[in-house]
Design a protein around this ligand. Sequence first.
Ligand code: 3PG
Ligand code: MG
Length: 389
Amino acid sequence: MPALEDLEQRLGGLDGRRILVRCDFNVPLRDGGDGRQEIADDLRIRAALPTLRWLTERGASVTACSHLGRPSGVPDERYSLAPAAERLAALAPGVALAENLRFSPGEMSNDPAFVEALVSGSLPVPFGGSPAGTDPAAFDGYVNDAFGASHRAHASIVGPPQRLPSAAGRLLQREADVLGGLRTDAKRPFVAVLGGAKVSDKLGVVEALIDVVDTLVIGGGMCFTFLAALGHPIGDSLCEPDFIETCERLLGSGASIVLPNDITALDAGGTVRQMGRSLPDGCRGLDIGPGSAAEFDDVIAGARTVFWNGPMGLFEDERFAAGTRAVAQSMADSRAFTVVGGGDSAAAVAQFGLAPYMDHISTGGGAGLELIEHGDLPGLAALRDSPQR
Ligand code: 3PG
Ligand code: MG
């Protein structure tokens, strides 16, 4: 992929040049109390700063753009990027920000007319941009730094590289190197730890990972469909019956798959109980148990590369946070190269104060999984194929 330096060279310098930067400012929001939304975790904004500052330091006039949430192609106050704009103004003064790209139907449908509006600078830029009434001016270059959205073949991701001199931002490049590198160059033993609610979301990556990892560790809500496939009663735990057969096949494939041996569960009376692998009716598994945490720690301690995506339990509830905390701690203690992907795992690591001990915390959830699964993403391919590079 073309780098920022290639873009600088291509444009004969960046001073005064108008650069459009696609970021992934799809940050988690929470109620700020006064009816305003506030940012729960600004990782995705901070992660874009090296690129934004590199451009502004060279005199470029930078306009960032992003989506937020999943509005339905029309303006919707609840999905305004205003909270991100406020944070961005504090962290990268002088960088303008357009409103949520998904307020236009052409973003997700990759409409050429919307790409044209984007690159010609005719979209309104309400945050920190030029005053109303200023004639729109076309952009001179495009940078994709939105790793987290690069698995989407949306207008702002795949369109501009066809039209403008283009480059990968620093964040995108690093994410592509680290996550893409896991597929091809991971030091062994390579252990992947997967959690999160649904097997169905992760089936593709499970299939891809069992071919490349030495051991696959499975916890979180998705482990119960695997335990059901082994014939265990799982009580009222999450289960996706349509995927039991697939889990059976994966477990029978000869791959090294480690499942929890014990479960922390909530029983029918609302009491938290430590259980084995079999749960009675009315009992709902909500975390891996302490024995499993210790076993997972052994596996992680023996690894030279660890990739973790998805919490081990309902960690937002302190009663069911121990498994997720234990995996985060095992990774922090490990001498392995450690990569954390997915918003929930990244938030958990931050909540436990362990972020500084990880080698790489990805800003991508689905994007990281799809890169491991397919080895490429539409956004990366678009930059490589850019005739304008
Ligand atoms: C993410 O949060 O995974 C990215 O920003 C992509 O969002 P999307 O799943 O709504 O396309
Ligand atoms: Mg380490």
